[in-house]
Design a protein around this ligand. Structure first.
Ligand SMILES: [Zn+2]
Length: 122
């Protein structure tokens, strides 16, 4: 796939992570326009992880990925954000939610399938 599709996908993913973190921080940490320091840190980390994902642009949803690239404390915090913001994103950005479900239903890309098979053998 050409570079532009990858860039576009990456930007969409990063924007979605940002709006989910904003929803979460606003509700849980009572922030208004900007994120609290912790959430800023988490968002920067998550956006960097996506940017470095091995499987772009055909990445699986993170929950189904054979590679767990998040460090433990961030992994927990991101899951907390997703758990809170996921259902609420439906009202804020339904297109992002549809995109996520389509990613979830999609078959593994060749790269992902290969790695998954390799890991299953161990
Ligand atoms: Zn926060």
């Amino acid at each position: 796939m050409e570079k532009t599709a990858e860039t576009k996908f990456l930007q969409q993913e990063q924007a979605t992570i940002a709006s989910m973190t904003r929803l979460f921080c606003k509700a849980k940490h009572n922030t208004q326009t900007s994120l609290c320091e912790d959430c800023q840190d988490l968002l920067a980390y998550a956006q960097e992880r996506v940017a470095r994902c091995l499987f772009l642009p055909d990445k699986p949803v993170c929950a189904r990925c054979p590679v767990h690239c998040y460090q433990a404390p961030y992994r927990e915090r991101v899951r907390e954000v997703m758990r809170y913001a996921g259902p609420r994103l439906m009202f804020k950005d339904p297109i992002a939610v549809v995109r996520h479900f389509r990613m979830m239903m999609r078959a593994d890309s060749v790269q992902v399938a290969r790695l998954r098979a390799k890991m299953a053998k161990k």
